[in-house]
Design a protein around this ligand. Structure first.
Ligand SMILES: *[C@@H]1O[C@H](CO)[C@@H](O)[C@H](O)[C@H]1NC(C)=O
Ligand SMILES: *[C@@H]1O[C@H](CO)[C@@H](O)[C@H](O)[C@H]1NC(C)=O
Ligand SMILES: *[C@@H]1O[C@H](CO)[C@@H](O)[C@H](O)[C@H]1NC(C)=O
Ligand SMILES: *[C@@H]1O[C@H](CO)[C@@H](O)[C@H](O)[C@H]1NC(C)=O
Length: 246
């Protein structure tokens, strides 16, 4: 084969490669790109994903050095199972949380409790029929209102199932002393049910309550928050006095 022919073949391959990578604008989903980030502020770029085959994901990881880091970007939809992602981390790392979303650009910037750069300490999501500007919501991602909780309060989330209707998600503040008790009981019950399949452990309650002390930590469905906190607790990264990630 002469060199001109070879060159032509290479150029053809190069062009096919470039155009195959181009995602039509209507299918572009922008996802926050986090690479071992400590908080959202560290994730300064977005990755462009193909919404026909991919979703945005966020992972909260406990590294070999026992620090908590976040990784996020595009992930194949087949590895995103109804919002829960199949973890991609190294084997000896602890994956505390792994979630996917595809409903909006940048949607993964709120997953897995990643600390939000622009909200101040002691702010919590606040969606509650009785007091907030925003009523309780039927999808967790719809809650976009924040409030400043008192210094003796922490963030809370409450899910309620209404037979024959949709779930409602309520967010706000809760007394810290009450939260400590609630969390102790919650973790004790979760510990008790770890490897059990008994009726009492499989029973799905119509209501779910959870609370936590980190800024904006009450984002998402109560069940997901509970599981994330419990995994942090089990790995020694949740302080039961401050109710914060350590
Ligand atoms: C991808 O985005 C387009 C346009 O925004 C939308 O019509 C389509 O439903 C999306 N596809 C998926 C799988 O989300
Ligand atoms: C934080 O910033 C995001 C996007 O930059 C914005 O949507 C959100 O409302 C901001 N939150 C607060 C509490 O200002
Ligand atoms: C529960 O199961 C996991 C693996 O599925 C195992 O590593 C762990 O030791 C078990 N815990 C108890 C208390 O049996
Ligand atoms: C929890 O935080 C408090 C206050 O910062 C600290 O005094 C305590 O030692 C921490 N507990 C653990 C188990 O790390």
């Amino acid at each position: 084969m002469n060199t001109h022919k070879q060159l032509a073949i290479w150029i053809t391959f190069f062009l096919i490669g470039v155009f195959a990578l181009e995602i039509p604008p209507e299918y572009q989903l922008k996802c926050r790109l986090c690479n071992n980030a400590l908080e959202l502020r560290d994730c300064t770029k977005q990755e462009i994903c193909d919404n026909r085959t991919e979703e945005c994901y966020m992972e909260q990881v406990i590294t070999d050095a026992f620090t908590i880091q976040y990784r996020g970007g595009c992930k194949s939809s087949t590895h995103c199972n109804g919002g829960t992602a199949v973890a991609t981390g190294k084997r000896d790392e602890g994956i505390v949380c792994s979630q996917c979303c595809g409903y909006a650009n940048d949607c993964n910037s709120r997953l897995c409790g990643i600390r939000q750069g622009n909200i101040t300490a002691s702010q919590c999501y606040f969606c509650d029929d009785s007091k907030s500007d925003q009523a309780s919501v039927s999808r967790p991602e719809d809650c976009i209102t924040f409030t400043n909780c008192d210094t003796d309060q922490v963030c809370s989330a409450h899910d309620e199932y209404h037979p024959g209707s949709h779930m409602t998600y309520r967010y706000g503040c809760m007394n810290k002393a009450i939260c400590k008790t609630l969390t102790r009981v919650l973790f004790r019950d979760m510990e008790h049910c770890l490897n059990r399949t008994s009726l009492e452990c499989n029973h799905e309650s119509v209501m779910c309550d959870v609370c936590c002390g980190d800024t904006g930590c009450n984002y998402g469905a109560c069940k997901e928050i509970k599981e994330r906190l419990f995994r942090l607790y089990k790995s020694g990264h949740y302080n039961m006095t401050t109710l914060q990630t350590t």
